[in-house]
Design a protein around this ligand. Structure first.
Ligand SMILES: [Zn+2]
Ligand SMILES: [Zn+2]
Length: 215
């Protein structure tokens, strides 16, 4: 079990991966309420999580901070870091989780597995809202309605069969989407991209597709 530690603002915390969850160890600390920054409120679920842990006494007052009196499961290192240091943080940076660490936690799915479909559908959810809708439209236009992994471009009547994929859905939780976060993929390549967590990079999807093409 690899344990990742971080210390900031006089508060030290340690955690480890359990599958996709990040577990903060008992004895870790969290900042006092006076240290909570407005940026935490951009993620109401994290505010709630912090409140919940405090109200249940799992985060207990200790001097000028809180202490975890048992191991606590978080959905991501970012969620943990944000709750602990009271602002919106990137857990990968905070806990020094580089790509090699994350790559040991890759999960593979069948194409029709619930997890694969869930990630695939998430992109559609992220595309809701007028600002994102217009970004999606711009991206598809820029990519000429062509799949950026396999080159497929299919039109049925005047409708293009093309989808918009978020290149890094994890980072997108941290900030606003830009056109560079998106890429056009055909439905097949899009499904393949989500057969792994973290998702396959588009280059890797292209390689997988070309390996499978019958000559
Ligand atoms: Zn494709
Ligand atoms: Zn996608």
């Amino acid at each position: 079990m690899d344990v990742y530690e971080s210390e900031s603002k006089g508060v030290k915390a340690a955690g480890y991966f359990s599958g996709k969850k990040f577990i903060i160890l008992k004895g870790s600390h969290a900042v006092d309420d006076s240290q909570v920054k407005p940026s935490l409120y951009e993620k109401p679920a994290r505010v709630e999580k912090r409140k919940d842990l405090i109200s249940k006494g799992i985060l207990a007052k200790e001097g000028l901070a809180y202490v975890f009196n048992k191991d606590v499961e978080f959905n991501s290192p970012s969620e943990a870091a944000s709750v602990i240091w009271g602002s919106n943080l990137n857990g990968r940076l905070v806990f020094g989780l580089d790509d090699t660490v994350l790559s040991t936690h890759i999960l593979y799915f069948e194409i029709d597995s619930e997890k694969a479909i869930e990630g695939y559908k998430k992109d559609h959810v992220l595309s809701i809202g007028s600002r994102n809708k217009s970004l999606v439209k711009q991206r598809k236009e820029k990519d000429k309605y062509t799949c950026q992994a396999c080159g497929l471009s299919i039109h049925i009547g005047d409708k293009a069969v093309i989808e918009c994929h978020h290149i890094d859905p994890i980072a997108l939780g941290e900030r606003e989407t830009t056109i560079d976060d998106l890429i056009s993929l055909c439905p097949t390549c899009h499904r393949i991209a989500h057969m792994r967590e973290p998702i396959y990079p588009v280059k890797e999807v292209a390689r997988l597709i070309s390996c499978n093409k019958k000559t």
